[in-house]
Design a protein around this ligand. Structure first.
Ligand SMILES: [Mn+2]
Length: 325
């Protein structure tokens, strides 16, 4: 399972896709717009080549993304002949127990550092802002960049770049987006739905997080808590809690934003976001101290304490990482 996959080029990946059939496309746990958009585009592309293809049907798809998967979710009777993973860096992110299909994944298309280890072949480019940016090249080679695939590819690229705002956005990312726009997609409408439109429940939660935030160390660290009782009071759905961690990051002066979600058993799920700046705090280093992990700017962990206590522990950890940097 952990044997090294064969690294292949975009052209080789295109060739492999030409050969595969009865493809089940795998998306990662807590699916975001990149994994869903990539899966939807790949599924449409494979079907346009006359193949049977479906996207893995797990129950974590958020309502904003479900429309992109219409008619694509794997029916129970479908028996896959091959598996392709999109935007999945590690088997830990499979939406099922990794042992279920150990060694059976034919191809992984991804853009994460440290990707691989689970597929027979891996097409990875970490300079791509999104898996969708890499997949664009592969679909171009297959003659499959069409009005149908352009929209989900755009969603993939827009999602991972925070709608072209994050530092991973390159001139190339914009060129890909421009080429996708030339297929006639309505980017204003999709960007509104994906990045601007919020339910009242969501806004209610955001306002509670802001109102309840505590600031430390000259306003550079923000900590806020969402309890079950607050979520219920806001009338928020699980969807409404998607990516809450980003909310406090936008407060001026905040370099480390901590969002604590109280769990049913009274423990605390921590999301940490830190700002990109020369002396930025590594979110990963902080969360690793509590058995969690993630990336430089976004990481998470679970602390086996009530939120009030967890808040002090995470604050101490942030100070330690910051002062040792
Ligand atoms: Mn991605």
């Amino acid at each position: 399972m952990d044997s090294k996959p064969v690294r292949i080029t975009r052209s080789q990946a295109a060739q492999r896709l030409r050969e595969l059939d009865n493809v089940l496309i795998l998306t990662h746990r807590r699916p975001d717009g990149d994994t869903v958009g990539s899966a939807a585009a790949l599924c449409a592309a494979l079907r346009s080549l006359g193949k049977r293809a479906y996207v893995y049907a797990h129950n974590e798809y958020i309502s904003r993304l479900i429309p992109f998967l219409e008619g694509m979710l794997q029916p129970e009777e479908f028996v896959p002949g091959s598996y392709v993973a999109v935007d999945i860096a590690s088997p830990r992110l499979f939406p099922f127990d990794e042992k279920e299909i150990a060694g059976e994944i034919d191809l992984s298309i991804d853009h994460h550092l440290g990707s691989g280890g689970f597929a027979k072949e891996l097409c990875v480019d970490t300079s791509c802002a999104a898996c969708g940016e890499l997949l664009y090249d592969i679909l171009l080679e297959l003659g499959c960049v069409t009005a149908e695939t352009a929209l989900p590819l755009y969603v993939a690229v827009a999602t991972d770049t925070g709608c072209f705002r994050y530092s991973n956005t390159t001139a190339r990312t914009h060129r890909v987006a421009a080429a996708l726009m030339e297929q006639g997609i309505d980017v204003a409408a999709v960007n509104y739905r994906m990045f601007e439109c919020k339910t009242r429940g969501r806004l209610q939660i955001e306002s509670m997080l802001v109102a309840g935030a505590s600031y430390y160390d000259g306003g550079t660290v923000a900590i806020t808590v969402l309890s079950d009782e607050m979520a219920a009071r806001a009338g928020a759905t699980a969807d409404d809690e998607d990516d809450l961690a980003g909310v406090m990051r936008s407060v001026q002066g905040v370099r480390a934003a901590v969002t604590i979600r109280e769990q049913k058993d009274g423990t605390s799920k921590i999301s940490l976001r830190t700002l990109e700046e020369p002396e930025g705090i590594s979110a990963e280093q902080v969360c690793v101290m509590f058995g969690g992990g993630g990336h430089m700017r976004a990481a998470g962990c679970t602390i086996d304490r009530a939120p009030s206590e967890a808040a002090l522990m995470i604050l101490e950890a942030i100070r330690q990482v910051r002062d040792n940097a």
